[in-house]
Ligand binder design. Sequence first.
Ligand code: IVH
Length: 683
Amino acid sequence: MAKKAAEERVKELRDAIRHHEERYYIDNDPEISDEEYDRLLHELEKLEADSPDLIATDSPTQRVAGRPVEGFVTVEHVTQMLSLDNVYDEGELKAFDERVRKGAGIGDTPVAYVAEMKIDGLSIALTYEDRRLVRGATRGDGVRGEEVTANVRTIRAVPLALGGGPRGRVEVRGEVYLPRASFERMNREREDAGEPPFANPRNAAAGTMRNLDPSLVSRRGLAAFTYQLVANREAAPRSHSETLTAMRKWGLPVEAHWRRCEGIDAVVAFCKEWADRRQTLDFDTDGVVVKVDDLALRERLGATAKFPRWATAFKFPAQQATTVLKSIAVNVGRTGAVTPFALLEPVRLAGSTISMATLHNAEDVARKDLRDGDRVLIEKGGDVIPKVVKAILPHPAGSEPWRMPSSCPECGSTLRRDEEEVVWRCLNESCPAKLQRGLEHFASRSAMNIEGLGESLIEQLIQQELVRNFADIYKLTASRLENLVVAPREPRSERARPRKLGKVGVNVVDQIERSKQNDLSRLIYALGIRHVGEKAAATLARYFRTMERVMEAPAEALQSVPEIGPVVAASVRAFADEPRNRQLIVRLTKAGVNMISRAPEPSHDPGPLAGKVFVLTGTLAAMSREEATEALERLGARVAGSVSKKTSYVVAGSDAGSKLEKARQLGVETLDEDAFLKLIIKN
Ligand code: IVH
């Protein structure tokens, strides 16, 4: 094909593909079959392969690019990503409206709101530069999040290029979520692979976004909705409803059921309507977000430290059902904690079939006096696993109050309870249930990431006494696993008979072998030391560099590391003092598991402003006081609360008061905002 013609066809195909992506992923109303869509995509792929100079980063063929990343980088948001305050009933909604009207000083005049679905996913910030997607970041703590651009690009609902809107830099915020159908498919696949299912679509979406391999993310079927535009004033529309309409026009995914409501009564009606209708949506929603429509009024209302005053989230009432509590069973966790849970007569609730519910702890069961055979009221709140609210009296004749078993259901050891804890624990170090949960954690994705070594395989390995501790995993050979006979966990059909693991076993051994090269931080986390989460594990690895040094570090040395507190330090020490654990590390080392950190060393550079003491006073226009403090600390300076002779500089923003006065009296050098910014930038 002539160059010019190829160029034109490429453009035509890209436009057509984006159009069909919008119809499919945003409007839920496809115009062509999947096959026809694939054909367009393949044609484009072929043209681009023939003339690589025609490839552009925003081409729909370029959603999954590159290899898995090593880790996520932390990035700062242009403005803080705030959270929302919640209201739970009509009265609270009306109180919100009253606060808005009072804040606006408009008496009884009704306020126009926009009511939107509250999408149960994880918030995301998308940056477009000259209409091209350049960055995707998670919310994180609201100020800083993780840069997840490669993963965001795989989401077909997210346009790689905007079909309109302001040029320059624009940030669009919204929610990444997993449609119910994708969620169910994903959990089926996980169960088949012997991996634990995700509790709900939100956890699944969050877990997926944190995956380092974009090609896996692209297979999960994530979707997204956007609901906020952070742009400079000239570029932005005047109301939220206009913003949503414009965003949709530019090709952004806007959830279609939003409504502009004149006054709070219309909002109340919207919330009532959707409390029932929400089951018809193909994503989970736990409420309605109510927002003031007029953007100028929003600005006048402002925000508290956490929430905007111009918006609130109306939470739908929890959905409830009644069923029979067949029995109360207990589960032994990784740390030996024994917790009761309810086995229920299966019942439909909030779109799924429920046959189990959490019961927190023994005290909770006693307080509610739940007994085997009770008819119970269960509920599913905005999230997660359903809980048992109460027994519907009377109890069945002859029933007795439930009692926590005195011995571990898995190994028979006597259960104990610490004085200050409500949790009962099995203290037997070799309890098979603890080993089971410990190994599941060890092999899990965020720990040693051994794909295929899931719940059911681990169960077989323990049962057949092939694995007695973490190090034994590394003794498994391909021929041993290939020939391992596994029984189906739940025979689903007549044909489900015990079978050899075959090729799956070989793959697992490959994965085990690969895991030896993991960074030390993964290993520390995988060991399941109490209170040591992913972040603490990464910090320990980064600062101590080798496993040996972590194991030898006195508690004070552990605690001197930033973000490692006394509880974590004591727990690491206790772990390292236990001879069995020391032996485990020796075995893992002999097996060839990497014991060294590859993370960049923490900088010991004291910083250009080391030794300088700053005092901040008044208001800075460019940054908050926290941001200024952080910038100074990053450069090695200390920030003090009051002015003394030791103060090196006083930074005076607008409306500076007595501190500035004191600085003058003591002859301490003062910096205005400009001089301060220059100092920071220069360093
Ligand atoms: S607006 C400053 N709109 O809910 C207001 N948030 O519980 C920012 N969410 O952090 C949020 N659907 O992640 C807004 N239609 C919607 C939403 C929504 C879901 C999330 C968002 C927020 C959280 C607060």
